[in-house]
Design a protein around this ligand. Structure first.
Ligand code: TRP
Length: 356
């Protein structure tokens, strides 16, 4: 978390200013955010974004949450258990505190008009711009294959995700900033080219949380597919076992030194995020009690934090009818929004002949 590029720092500063506006006038914001349903959500999602979505919702911001099922296809390692995974993600959201009466949860595949927006948007970006996107490059490297057309156009699809509902705020981790830049560019170009008199799309802002990127227990990027994050639904024993296995180093005294002692610093970062404390102070406190004590504190803190979430989730997971009804309601609402936006786009593009 210590190495920020100037654009990242600028985005963090801008987020702080936005945060104040959100507090002052929550109802002027519409948030769109989402996850690829590649597996159960984990502690990184919870601390990095889920808790923040719930906070925004409870402040009175309109929150729309996308389960990006079409984008699962960009990840060839992902499991193909989509129905169970998607229902699991819905259960994770609700357990974390997303309230389906106030917020909207929907999937890509249920909203054709959203996906259709990708076509006009594709005309607004060049091939070179698509290849330049750092997140796309990183993901292609991670899979060891050249990017598919879907992977390459991921930022354009994400622009459709955000712009179909005119969202003006997107809570994201630092790694997603390039995607958001692409969305802003597409909104700007669409407005310039087709709607110069009265812009159709807002240029959405990123809202970064205080803990934008937490590494997994092995120090690598926390990911559902790597299995290095503690799932929201994991049992307390499983949580303890995962933390016990996490690497540390051979020095007894705990100090916070992300460069020289990354494994220990990583666990301290996680503990700090889960407890709202400062990693440096935690290290001082633990000192000679060593890594065993650090792990014990981490286990207890995470299990305590997640206990109510896990209890709610266990009840929800059994009620697939209810989970499906939540999605159904969200999908209907998202379709209404997307249809209305696509109609406006068709009008602006002059596609106004028949069957309207
Ligand atoms: N890219 C996000 C992820 O990998 C998921 C996502 C898809 C998303 N569309 C979005 C996030 C739009 C925010 C806004 O988890």
């Amino acid at each position: 978390m210590s190495h920020r590029t100037p654009p990242q720092q600028a985005a963090l500063d801008r987020s702080a200013a936005l945060e104040q506006q959100v507090q002052a006038a929550p109802r002027t914001f519409r948030v769109l955010t989402g996850d690829r349903p590649t597996g159960p959500l984990h502690i990184g999602h919870y601390l990095g974004t889920l808790a923040n979505r719930v906070r925004l919702q409870n402040l009175g911001v309109e929150v729309i949450v996308l389960i990006a099922d079409y984008q699962v296809m960009t990840d060839q390692r992902a499991s193909q258990q989509l129905p169970a995974t998607v229902r699991g993600v819905v259960a994770d959201y609700l357990a974390a505190g997303i309230d389906p009466n106030r917020s909207t949860i929907f999937t890509h595949s249920a909203v054709p008009a959203l996906n259709e927006l990708v076509l006009p948007f594709l005309s607004l970006v060049s091939d070179a711009e698509l290849h330049r996107n750092p997140t796309v490059k990183a993901e292609a490297e991670a899979t060891g294959r050249p990017p598919t057309g879907l992977m390459l156009t991921y930022p354009v699809h994400q622009a459709a995700d955000i712009l179909f509902c005119h969202a003006n705020l997107v809570p994201v981790g630092l790694d997603q900033l390039p995607h958001l830049e692409a969305t802003r560019l597409i909104a700007r170009r669409f407005n310039e080219r087709y709607a110069s008199r009265s812009p159709l799309f807002p240029e959405p802002d990123a809202l970064l949380t205080a803990t934008p990127m937490l590494a997994g227990l092995d120090g690598k990027k926390m990911s559902k597919t790597r299995g290095n994050g503690i799932a929201l639904h994991a049992t307390e024993d499983h949580t303890a076992a995962m933390i016990r296995r996490a690497p540390t180093d051979s020095e007894r005294c705990i100090t916070y030194d992300p460069i020289a002692r990354p494994a220990v610093a990583n666990l301290l970062d996680l503990l700090a995020a889960a407890s709202g404390a400062n990693p440096q102070q935690l290290a001082d406190e633990i000192g000679n009690r060593g890594a065993g004590h650090l792990k014990k504190m981490l286990t207890e803190t995470i299990n305590e934090l997640l206990r109510p979430v896990r209890r709610r989730r266990a009840d929800l997971a059994e009620d697939t009818c209810y989970l499906d009804s939540v999605l159904d309601t969200g999908n209907t609402r998202a379709r209404r929004l997307a249809d209305s936006t696509l109609t406006k786009v068709h009008d602006l593009l002059g596609m106004t002949y028949a069957n309207r």
